[in-house]
Design a protein around this ligand. Structure first.
Ligand code: 5RP
Length: 217
């Protein structure tokens, strides 16, 4: 099974978690796109969606799936999104698609976060994938220096602006021994909008598409 088929089967398995009348938080990226395509088939069953990016909102709307504003809804029962890396503890690196801030907001607002991914995303330790950090533009150099102090090598994601009008630093070669502590440490730096570590609020379920079918962690 190709990586894309693994993503699709994981996304389709996540549909089982969607209940009648749910408002569904929807992530961003190629795996989330498979979920959106599967959601189209049951769109009459749900009350609406909360999108984690403009791209996701556009795809949902193109399928005739209603997109709502997070501030207008009370609670969010479920959020479904992909990841760049996931551990067995369900700690994640996200933000390869640059949507990490809205993804973290929707994840935080959700009762249940279902992460969907292909087999290649499961790792023993986070950090082979460069850690995305969304930064207010005026703080770029200062935050880059802070990332060097933490042992990383920051690179500006060129030609990219987030949906919130900010930049992304991709930080290579960080030694992420304690994802919860590192998330706290980077979060509190002035100028950082969001770090792409999802460990304080990780996933609740990981559905991993593999050669042998979808595995649940
Ligand atoms: C976007 C994300 C994505 O979930 C992550 O990059 C995985 O993408 P894909 O499903 O295309 O492999 O965090 O900001």
């Amino acid at each position: 099974m190709s990586p894309n088929d693994q993503k699709r089967t994981a996304a389709e398995a996540a549909i089982e978690y969607v209940q009648s009348g749910d408002i569904v938080g929807v992530g961003t990226g190629s795996t989330a796109n498979y979920f959106i395509d599967a959601l189209k088939e049951i769109k009459g069953k749900i009350d609406g969606t909360i999108a984690s990016s403009e791209a996701t909102a556009d795809r949902l709307k193109s399928h005739g799936i209603p997109v709502m504003n997070l501030s207008e809804v009370g609670g969010l029962p479920i959020y479904v999104d992909g990841a760049d890396e996931a551990t067995h503890n369900l700690h994640l690196i996200k933000g390869g698609g640059g949507a990490l801030t809205r993804e973290k907001i929707v994840a935080h607002a959700s009762e249940k976060f279902i992460c969907i991914a292909d087999q290649s995303k499961l790792v023993d330790r986070l950090g082979a994938f460069p850690l995305p950090v969304e930064v207010i533009p005026m703080a770029q150099s200062m935050i880059a220096r802070e990332m060097v102090k933490l042992g990383g090598q920051p690179e500006l994601r060129t030609g990219f602006t987030t949906d919130n009008g900010n930049i992304i630093l991709d930080v290579y070669n960080l030694d992420i021994q304690n994802p919860v502590e590192l998330e706290r440490q980077i979060n509190q730096l002035p100028g950082v909008v969001t770090v792409g570590l999802f460990a304080i609020r990780g996933a609740d379920v990981l559905l991993l598409g593999t050669q042998d079918g979808v595995k649940k962690y």
